[in-house]
Design a protein. Structure first.
Length: 146
């Protein structure tokens, strides 16, 4: 296949910026989009020519009415997992941690927000990225500090 044909192949990867939002009590915020069942990290798709941290700030403002300073976001790494709501797709997330004390309000496509204790099994339906990678990563970082 020549390189000129590569752009004609639809990408099966969704590139997003995601947040590990940590409240003052140590709980983390998860969101559920309207019409779906899985809870996941807040965030969203990175637009062409947009830096991941700026995409995150835009998405948090749109979805949670949360105004963040991109300079306060700590980059944690890139994580990939099967997409929760798009069968056959993979989500590739640039993950940032933010400590927040502000109230959040579901907006745009977000139907529900929930604060969870990241060290406990919640029994919630979690997106693969959150369940299999992000929460275990965060739990490991907590035990490394302790």
């Amino acid at each position: 296949m020549s390189s000129s044909n590569v752009s004609l192949v639809p990408s099966k990867t969704i590139h997003i910026a995601a947040a590990l939002l940590i409240g003052s009590d140590g709980r983390t915020l998860l969101v559920r989009k309207r019409g779906t069942t899985a809870f996941m990290q807040p965030g969203g798709k990175i637009e062409p020519h947009e830096l991941p941290v700026h995409a995150l700030a835009r998405e948090l403002e749109e979805e949670l009415d949360l105004d963040i300073d991109p300079a306060q976001a700590v980059y944690l790494g890139a994580f990939s997992a099967p997409a929760a709501n798009e069968p056959g797709f993979v989500v590739h997330a640039e993950l940032f941690q933010l400590n927040i004390e502000a109230d959040v309000t579901p907006a745009a496509e977000i139907e529900e927000v929930i604060w969870i204790d990241p060290t406990r099994d919640t029994g919630l339906n979690l997106a693969p990225l959150t369940r299999d990678l992000i929460l275990p990563f965060y739990r490991a970082s907590l035990t490394a500090i302790a």
